[in-house]
Design a protein around this ligand. Sequence first.
Ligand SMILES: [Fe+2]
Ligand SMILES: [Fe+2]
Length: 171
Amino acid sequence: MIKSKIPTNVLTELNRQLNQELSAAHAYLALSAWCASQNLKGFAGFFAKQAGEEREHAQKILRQVLDRGAVPELAALAAPRQSFDSLLAVVEHAQVMEQANTQGIHAVYETAVTARDYPAQVLMHWFIAEQVEEEAWADEAVDRVQSATCAGSLLDLDRHLEKILGTDKAG
Ligand SMILES: [Fe+2]
Ligand SMILES: [Fe+2]
């Protein structure tokens, strides 16, 4: 067995964040299902794609943990929130989640800085920039759903969601 090159406290943080990313994937799947149940196909597809991206984020962390001689620790995931009163509640939930995820990323980074663990710092640079984009589309989604005052404009927003929030932003 190769000895881990990751400082213990950084490894703890990487594992925590790895599981946070998997929880986010789980949560987005639930948001996607709720939207699909309301025939909001644009939002359903958008959140399904987000779920896939959160899994990729988890993979990135998992990869570094393995490459540096440690075994990632997968935790049990809590059931995501699945009932919502409105689409606004859904996008607000996504917004709060992304803000919490940013806090998680920053916590990993701060630990890596204190421990002078450069590989984890560089990995987190990608995540820090990613979270700026994630929060931007979440903020825009909340704003646009708030502005869609009638049922017709909500359906219009749903239909054009991919174009509006875009693949470039929701990356
Ligand atoms: Fe993520
Ligand atoms: Fe995210």
